[in-house]
Unconditional design. Structure first.
Length: 135
């Protein structure tokens, strides 16, 4: 048990140091950098809930019925993507495959929205992406 605990702690410390160097150079506080990255990703995930709500109010049967809400959904998606992209340097160091997976999720959600997919599909896709952002 102890070797596993020590190995886990060491890996966690190294990850924190890497995030610190990626986000702020040698003077960065790795704990603060990790907290900022996590905060940005949680915020990005939360904004996806707004995407689903606004989209549901704006699209019916493949037709935009409320333009302002549809624009709000697109703006919320862009806001979420910007928050994710602000953390991308750290994600690329720690888990490059996760960054690719998240980027693909944003592209898929944007594609579905531009095709005026059913709100239930947008909600499910947004929820899946939000879960990936929180991990």
């Amino acid at each position: 048990r102890w070797p596993l605990a020590i190995a886990t702690g060491t890996v966690g410390l190294l990850i924190g140091v890497l995030i610190g160097f990626v986000l702020g150079g040698e003077d960065a506080d790795p704990v603060e950098a990790a907290e900022e990255t996590r905060s940005a990703l949680v915020s990005a995930a939360g904004t996806l809930e707004v995407v689903a709500i606004e989209y549901e109010e704006s699209v019916d049967g493949g037709t935009v019925v409320k333009e302002a809400e549809y624009r709000g959904a697109l703006d919320a998606l862009e806001s979420s993507r910007r928050r994710f992209e602000s953390s991308l340097p750290a994600i690329e160091v720690l888990a490059p495959e996760r960054g690719d997976e998240l980027a693909a999720g944003y592209e898929e959600l944007e594609r579905l929205m531009s095709e005026r997919a059913e709100p239930e599909e947008i909600e499910a896709t947004a929820e899946d992406l939000a879960e990936l952002l929180k991990v």
